[in-house]
Design a protein around this ligand. Sequence first.
Ligand code: PEP
Ligand code: CO
Length: 458
Amino acid sequence: MEVAPPNPGTDAADLWTPESWRTMAAAQQPTWPDAAALKQVHARLSGLPPLVFAGEARHLTRSLAQAADGRAFVLQAGDCAESFSEFTADGIRDKLKIILQMAVVLTYGAGLPVVKVGRIAGQFAKPRSLPTELVGGQVIDSFRGHMVNDDQPERAARIPDPTRLVTAYEQAVATLNLLRAFTKGGFADLSQIHAWNQEFVASSTEGRRFEDIAEGIDSALRFMDACGINLGSEDTLHQVDFWTSHEALILDYEEALTRKDSLTGDWYDCSAHMLWVGERTRQIDGAHCEFLSGIHNPVGTKIGPSATADDVVALCERLNPARVSGRLTLITRFGVDAIDDHLAGLIRAVGDEGHPVVWMCDPMHGNTFTAEGGQKTRRFDDIIGELQSFFRIHREVGTWPGGVHIELTGDDVTECLGGVEDIVEGQLGQRYTTTCDPRLNGRQALDLAFRIADLLRS
Ligand code: PEP
Ligand code: CO
């Protein structure tokens, strides 16, 4: 029998509505040119079916509570920005393959349940450092993700178009439908484990290490079968729980997909299982925190180098006043050189206030820089370096490093430097296809999983 968690809010929750964010300053919102068109889209989305159900979001909260308590590890991964133009079944399958591979490496290597959360089926909007950019001597609006405008470097393409909110919903529906089919319909069955190793990954050292694990799992299954254990009836061998998440950035979209759960009477943002606010939208008195404070999904907030201990404790109070375990994930993203100056103090401050949180490391966003050729990139070694510090600091403070947040793709791209293939700056242009931040390719992502498994073991 499902038990609903207590209300995340206190008295303030009584005043919350899905639209109460509108009275507050909302950073990073597009200036929609046609208010009537936006209103129409909002009405349409509000009447469409939810993507996820409240009971699923509660299930995820319980799984995340295990990660807050040190009994599980969270792998949150996917594109920086999903694309309307690169939307294929193969693309979704290949992204799922690499995430499943990483999860197996972590589960097998660390002997812990891994909570699998995709940055997928809704990750269509991007906060930008600058509202405009200079292209061929012309100042044009920045690209804000396919939910808002187009990435083509032309003035007209960058005009926000609210009908894109509906396209985003439709693409999210189709993506989630395929993910549910793959994860519940046989593809994620452990007997299929060899099929997750794509050709370009399988031929690498990491791919071969993965094959070793896969063979180990095969023989363990054969052994249990020979012992007379009925493997056919063990659902967990044949299906996986795969959750969706994205940055709750465009509040018109999130509000329109928010529904009251008929079982508990509580509000859920049914656009995804988990939602987070970014480094640029986590203002304590801002619209994004207001919105997240009232939905009952598990939520997260990015935490960068500018966040003080007081800021972070205030965010915990704002987003999880009832201190529900699994409700709040703090996703730290300092950069390899800054993590030592910040993380320990924040962990202690949050612990002193008795806030149960999942501590998650995003080793991507603090380590981004622009290469000489003009592409945004990240060094594999910096990503590993921040992760090593994350694990070491948690060990020193005595807290549990609960998860990682990774930008990756199943494709064989050349967007991040280094890794086993040792991609150098001159090679970035070869296969650089991201619409926003640079992602790890399949080999780099699998390599990363092996390193994290080692860190978890130590
Ligand atoms: C992101 O996750 O893509 C992102 C923009 O992160 P942050 O808010 O941490 O900069
Ligand atoms: Co990003």
